[in-house]
Design a protein around this ligand. Structure first.
Ligand SMILES: [Zn+2]
Length: 93
C-alpha cells in the first residue's frame, strides 16, 4: 500500500456534531441580529431569547455562589462565572 493512501477521516461523535450545530446556530443568530431587517431581528429575538436565557441559567445552575461570593463548585477561579461575567456585565460596572 502506498504511503500516500487515503486515510478515512475520523467521523465526528454525536457530541461533536451537537456542539457544531449549536455553535452554527449561535453564529447564525449573530448574523441575523447584525445584518437582518428589523422584522428578522424581532422574529429571532422572540424565538431565541428565552432559549438562550434558559441555556445560560442551566449552565450557571451548578455554579451558585457560596457565602463568600465564590462558586460553590470551582471556588474563586470559576472559569464559567468569570467568562460569563465578562460577556454579560454592562460595560459601566
Ligand atoms: Zn464554577
Amino acid at each position: 500500500m502506498s504511503r500516500h493512501a487515503l486515510v478515512e477521516p475520523r467521523r465526528p461523535t454525536q457530541a461533536e456534531r451537537a456542539d457544531h450545530a449549536v455553535r452554527g446556530h449561535l453564529a447564525a443568530l449573530v448574523v441575523i441580529v447584525q445584518q437582518g431587517t428589523d422584522d428578522e431581528v424581532c422574529l429571532a429575538a422572540r424565538s431565541e431569547i428565552c432559549r438562550l436565557v434558559s441555556a445560560v441559567c442551566t449552565a450557571l445552575s451548578p455554579h451558585r455562589l457560596d457565602s463568600s461570593g465564590h462558586c460553590a463548585v470551582c471556588g474563586p477561579d470559576c472559569e464559567l462565572l468569570n467568562r460569563l461575567s465578562r460577556a454579560l456585565l454592562p460595560v459601566w460596572l
